[in-house]
Design a protein around this ligand. Structure first.
Ligand code: IPD
Ligand code: CA
Ligand code: CA
Length: 287
């Protein structure tokens, strides 16, 4: 079993000369995350188009047996393999396992991103798993089970889709064919944003929108009422594919300290892009 980093590892991590070492050290965690995401995806597919009921956590915020079963599986799988690393998930938070310092090492899990799609029969959803070390993502895995697409990144180790390296696009927003992911919330509450984008797209999964920016499918993506579990894995995918993800207005999202409201499920908005015009996107989303 691979052990979490020691204090000495944390202290040395930010230095560039340790980048290769980081990539090697995190590969084991990434392998586990891929295996767990694939199994969680299998659980989701088993429930897809078979749901007997949909519960509501709040207005417009559904949850299903698939979300809960997937997260229970992911949580147990990680705690069995890495008992010293807490798991922070959308459905169960820390689930009483407040082990050590969450900002030092923590799995951040969205067991089903795209629940509205899933619950209504749209085949666009994913499992998202990020590993934060020292408050920043070092592993990011997003798995789309229906398309069998595994998006993976390790810090310093690059980003891949089904094992093939991926890079962000080189298009500009003014190119005319510039797909930009937005969300239902943006369409409803900030329709003026859509005028900036020649090809606005809303696919109903923040994790897949970030994966698509990393894969060069979308040139940018933004969402307003997302949470840490929507962003942790995708942030690293975009970063390792050569792009940028910040909060609206351009402030960095990571590192997170243990007292950050994100660990209390508060909003973590994001704007991700291929980096070419990130300043412009930051300007538009300011205030
Ligand atoms: C939602 C999706 C959606 C985004 C929402 C998220 P969920 O996640 O990612 O695209 O716009 O903000 O809450 O609830 O399906 O896991
Ligand atoms: Ca989500
Ligand atoms: Ca979810």
């Amino acid at each position: 079993m691979e052990q979490p980093f020691t204090d000495a590892d944390f202290m040395s991590r930010p230095k560039a000369r340790n980048k290769d070492h980081m990539a090697i050290s995190t590969r084991g965690y990434a392998d586990t995350a891929e295996r767990v995401a694939r199994e969680a995806g299998r659980i989701l597919v088993g429930y897809f188009e078979q749901l007997e009921r949909i519960d509501l956590k709040g207005h417009g915020n559904p949850v299903t047996i698939a979300d809960r079963t997937s997260e229970k599986y992911v949580r147990e799988a990680f705690l069995a393999e890495y008992p010293d690393i807490p798991v922070f998930g959308e459905e169960y938070g820390m689930d009483g396992h407040e082990i050590g310092d969450i900002a030092k090492a923590c799995w951040v899990v969205d067991p089903l991103d795209g629940t509205v799609n899933f619950a209504t029969g749209s085949p666009i959803f994913a499992v998202s798993i990020g590993l934060l070390m020292d408050g920043s993502p070092v592993v990011g895995v997003i798995f789309d089970p229906l398309r069998n697409q595994m998006f993976t990144a390790t810090l310093g180790g690059g980003a891949t889709r089904n094992g093939v390296p991926m890079r962000v696009s080189e298009r500009k927003l003014s190119d005319g064919i510039s797909p930009v992911g937005v969300s239902g919330d943006i369409i409803r509450s900030r329709p003026e944003f859509l005028q900036h984008f020649s090809k606005g797209r809303s696919i109903g999964s923040a994790a897949l929108q970030l994966s698509y920016v990393a894969a060069g499918i979308f040139d940018a993506a933004l969402d307003e009422y997302t949470s840490l579990w929507d962003v942790a894995a995708g942030w690293l995918l975009v970063h390792e594919a050569g792009g940028v993800t910040t909060h609206w207005g351009g402030a960095p999202i990571f590192p997170k300290t243990k007292d950050d409201p994100a660990f209390r499920s508060e909003v973590v908005n994001f704007v991700a892009s291929n980096g070419l015009e990130h300043d412009l996107l930051a300007e538009w989303t300011k205030g």
